[in-house]
Every structure is written in C-alpha cells, then in structure tokens.
Ligand binder design. Sequence first.
Ligand code: ADP
Ligand code: ZN
Length: 598
Amino acid sequence: MTAPTQILQQVFGFSHFRQPQEKIIQTLVSGKDALVLMPTGGGKSLCYQIPAIARDGCGIVISPLIALMQDQVNAMRLLGVSAAFLNSTQQADEVRAIEQQLRAGVIDLLYIAPERLIQSRTMQLLKEIELALFAIDEAHCVSQWGHDFRADYLQLTLLQEVFPEVPRIALTATADSRTQKEIVERLHLGDAERFIAGFDRPNIRYRIGVKHNAKQQLLKLLNAEHQGDSGIIYCLSRKKTEDIAAWLSEQGFKAYAYHAGLSTELRSRHQAMFLRDEAVIIVATIAFGMGIDKPDVRFVAHLDLPKTIESYYQETGRAGRDGEPATAWMIYGLQDVIKLRQMMANSEGNDSHRRAEQYRLNAMLGLCEITTCRRQALLTYFGDELKEACRNCDICLDPPETWDGSEAARKALSTAFRTEQRFGVNHLIEVLRGTNSDKIFQYGHNNLPVYGIGQALNNNQWRSVFRQLVARGYMSVDLERFGALRLEEKCRPLLRGEETISLRKDVRSTTAREQTKVQLAREVDIALWEALRECRRSYAAELGVPPYVVFHDTTLQEMCLRLPQTMEEFSELSGVGERKLERYGPAFVNIINRHLAA
Ligand code: ADP
Ligand code: ZN
C-alpha cells in the first residue's frame, strides 16, 4: 500500500497535510469509521480521496450534487486517479461500461447519488466488488433539523447493515451540535472517531456595513477591490437577484441570476459559466452554492441579511477556499431588521421552534451591531475560540466609534409611546424632527410634548438609533399594524434612567481601507501572469474543465514568484503532482523561460 503522505505529494502535489487530515486518513486506512466536521474550504475531500487510493478496492463517494459529479471526476482524472460516476444523466451503455470497469477492479473512486446507491441493481454490484470505503458527503442532509434534509439520506443506514466491514466517513461543514447528534444516530456512527476542525477561516475578511445605497455601495466594492474576480452576491428575493444581475451586466460585469424559479437548464448554464469562466458573478438566492467547490471565489456579498449565523457562515465560507485573501461583505439596514422580525413572527411551528428561530435571529443581529472583533464573535458562536482580535475584519481594521445614545434612545422610545405605538419609523422621525407634514397635523402630533425634540440628529442618525433599538430588542415590530414600532419590556430601565446605552456611530462610506489584498502575481509581472493564465485557459478549454482544475491561482502565483526554469524546479510548486508535471510542466516552464529571455 502506498503511504498517504506519498500520495499527497506525488498525486496531489501538496507538501504537507492540513490539521486533522492525516489522522482522519489513518483512521480510515486502518478500517475504522470517522465523522468529520470541517468548515467549507477546510480540505474535506482529501480525507476520503487519499484512503480510497491507498486502500484496495473502490471508494464510494455519496453526494447529493449530481451536477458537480462530472467536474469532480474530471479533476480526479487530471491527477491521474481513476474515477467515475453513476447518476441519472447517463446512457445505458455508459453505465454498463462503468459497471464493467468496477467489476474489473480498475476504479479507485466512484461518485454516486444516494437514490442511485440504494437501488437493488447498485447494491448487488457493490456486493460483487472490493470496496475501500464509503464517504458520505454533505452528511447533514440526513438531519431533519438541518437545513438541507433529503429523505434519500435516511436509507444510508443500509450501508452499515450490508457492508459492516467497510469503513465509513461522514463529512459536513455544519457545526450545530443537534445536527451532529442526528448524523451520528441516523447513520449509526456511534463508534466513529470524531474530528472537529477549527472553524476559523483566517483568509476571509468579514465586513458588515450599513446600507444606504445598496447598488452604489456594491459597485464601489467591485470596482475598488474585485475587478476581474469571481464572486457570489446573495439576495433574499428572486426578483432582486434578477434586477441586480441585469444592472451589473449594464455596468459591464459578467453577472447571472440563480434561483429556484429559473428552469433547470438555465440554472445549470449559469452554474457552468460560473465554474468554467473567469470573473463571473452569480447573483443568487440561498438556492445557490451548496457543494460548489470553486476554490477561487474572491468575494461573497450579502445585500440582505441572512436569518441565521449558520447560513451566513456557510455562505461566506464559499469565498477563498484556496486560502488566498477573500472578502465577505454585507450591508443591512433598518428595513432588513424589520422584515426579518416580521417573517419570524409570522413563521409556522410551535413555541419552542419559534424561540429557537428568535434566538438565531438575535444572534445574527448581534453580530451586525457588535463593536468588537467579528471573527471572535463568530467563532464563539460555534463553540470555537480565538484568543486575540483577528486584525482581519472591519472592526479590527477600522474600530467603530460609539456614543452615549441614552438620551436619544429615550426620546425615540418616548415618541413611540406618545404616539400609541401605532406608527412606523418614518413617522416617528417626522415627529422627533418636528416636520410639518399633513400626517402630523392629521393626527395632531404637533401638539405632543415630543414634537420637535430631536432636531439635533438628522434623518439617518435617527434611523440608526431605531435600527439599533430594534436589533437589540428594545423595540419590536407590530404585525397587526404594518411596521409599527412597539416598546419592549427591556426598555424600562433605560426609560427610567437606571441604564445607559452605547450606540455605534454608522460610518457613511465604507472606504476601501488600505487594501492588503496581495495581488502578488499581478504586481510581480502582469505580462507573465497573463501568459500563464492564457496557457491555463487553453488547456482547460481543450479538456472541457474549469481553469482551476488545471492549476489553482495559488500555483500560478507561485510560478510568477519563484520562476521555475526546469522541470525539477517546477515539480516543487504546490499543486503540482506527477501527472500534472508531466502533462503541463513543459508548456509552463517554456513560457517562463521565454519570458525571462525577453
Ligand atoms: P471542502 O470540501 O472542505 O470545502 P476541499 O476539499 O474542496 O474543501 O479543499 C479546499 C481546497 O484546499 C482545495 O482547493 C484543495 O485542493 C485544497 N487543499 C486541501 N488540502 C490541502 C493540503 N493539505 N495542502 C494544500 N492544499 C490543500
Ligand atoms: Zn477582527
């Protein structure tokens, strides 16, 4: 049997394992089960690919993502690994050919969807061949508590019953302890070794700002920091994804919408473009992204607030899987807070379910409004710990100022109280600022003692006060009266002057602070960088795979920095294994030599 480290170096071209990878691989190689929790981009795939190669027989990878199987198999083949997939998109003769190869024992990795796996024909086939392992990817799909439940996954208990000798590995990026418990129960993994990797993604810069003009703010981000990059923009509604995509196209970006309401064909076309082309932006609802393992997504932008920190972390985790600097950027405003609070209050389900939702939303809003390191807060939420502030989030880089908002908050609360808690934020601000409007006179609000007591703050400042009061639970949104703000118990001590409140000062423009994004290659030598990219593009086109399957950006950047002039030097680059060295080494080395001679 080839040693795992040797496979890592010769096949994958990586010099060393990341944190828990080696132990996980040893566990499987020695025939035991494993449960793996690792953040998106943490490097889960190697954990089953290497043992599947190392052990005798074929490794079966169960994944719900049929659309990605072809890409996964192509990527394996480029590394010289014999891989195949079985799913409903194939013709009968293709299936037969793969079955033959499986029986002949020449396939190391087989990707298969759960519904296909449990068919009796497939089970029969698996009984006839030697099996290295079962890898259950996206294992949280087995959990009804989780957000991606799939009934087919429940049948996977069969594996242990029919193949008790074959080691199983279940993998997920969902950390939630309840989901974890369900995975263990439903997949019978009580004896599995558990590996829980740190959840930090240090290369992602988290930034959360206040929304004032979403489109312009987005445009500024793209122009100042992400020209020519691939990215994902999340919005809550289907219509909005289409509007934003159309608008970005007008601005000269390659942007496409993605949501559950589009035809399957259009969705897969957009997804394919995102994977294959460079600098493509997908504007999506949450329907997009699961299992997309494009490593070079440079930014994830949220134009609407996600409902939970879990979703936020999962979505932002799609940025920067290659470990290079990436941006997680979000803007939100009072309307988002109100909308989510309303959705929550309207939601179905019993009280305890509602309380859980409420708790999660509060945590999300809390993350938005905090004035300390965002990464520390995120990791704490997931039960992980970061001792020092991260220096790579907006708060660490640009600490927000706070001000004593007690007086302003009292005025805001009193105004809602005096107007009988029947009005929305716009009207309350008119009262505070002493505006002369028809509505004010109609209700006689100009006669209230609070009328005009808030001249010292402008409109935006008042919105900021109200947003923070709602986000922090001092006020709530009345459902019966659309958008009316009500007082909550929590505000009593504040109103009585027994408590003070510190509010954050919203900065109007998120200035692109000294961008530390090291665009090494482009700074080093743009001509060489472009020549290497062109070479990569033509190989990718020839093979019908996305460019990153040929080489990651990281490998290209290393080429620019280290300028390998011989095959031996080239073999030392990260991401260059034996097969890729042999196939692409000469062409790239040639470009570098020509470049140096020019
Ligand atoms: P996950 O499935 O956990 O989201 P992947 O398996 O797709 O993550 O890995 C993320 C990226 O990290 C991939 O591009 C992969 O090639 C790279 N990677 C994984 N392990 C290593 C390693 N030991 N050294 C260098 N790169 C690695
Ligand atoms: Zn920080």
